[in-house]
Design a protein. Structure first.
Length: 177
């Protein structure tokens, strides 16, 4: 179990612009909270916070290691820190349930303490480059399809003489018309 090999966990709730962290002992007691911007300076602030709260054997529990937490994960890995991924929490069962970033950070830390299997963050090298390439291509194909569909809808409602000229032509020919 993880709690046998560490002194504490730093749980991190990630957002686009901010990171909320909580230091938790190996048995789940909260030591402290910190918030920092999602930037190089903020990453360093959180590392300093972690070194103060859990000076030795620590582990980081980061939400979204491939999205909002990707920069922090890369920074921590470069610093020799152990990082594991925490799945995004389920939505509260009822509307109006209280939630805070600090509580989410504590939950992230405690979640890996009780986990049987830890999720290692994916590497960012060639795998990430391929993901970006495929995602960009899919977006471009989708945008092109939407534009062609829009053009065809405009042709349907165009004056008859224009429709007659464009009818039967390929999409590329209609676009360049």
């Amino acid at each position: 179990m993880l709690f046998e090999s560490i002194e504490g966990v730093i749980g991190v709730d990630t957002h686009r612009d901010t990171l909320a962290a909580a230091a938790v002992t190996a048995v789940g007691a909260t030591l402290g909270h910190a918030e920092a911007p999602a930037s190089a300076e903020g990453y360093q602030q959180l590392l300093d916070f972690a070194r103060t709260q859990v000076p030795d054997r620590r582990c980081w529990a980061v939400e979204g290691t491939s999205s909002y937490g990707a920069g922090l994960t890369a920074f921590l890995t470069e610093q020799g820190e152990r990082v594991v991924e925490v799945c995004r929490p389920k939505r509260p069962p009822r509307r109006g349930a209280r939630k805070s970033d600090a509580l989410d950070a504590v939950r992230a830390a405690r979640e890996i303490l009780s986990s049987d299997r830890l999720i290692e963050p994916r590497s960012r090298g060639q795998r990430e480059a391929l993901r970006v390439l495929l995602s960009t291509r899919a977006g471009a194909v989708s945008a092109r399809t939407a534009a062609i569909n829009h053009l065809k809808a405009l042709i349907v409602s165009a004056p008859e003489n224009l429709r007659a000229e464009l009818r039967g032509q390929t999409s590329d020919a209609q676009i360049s018309y």
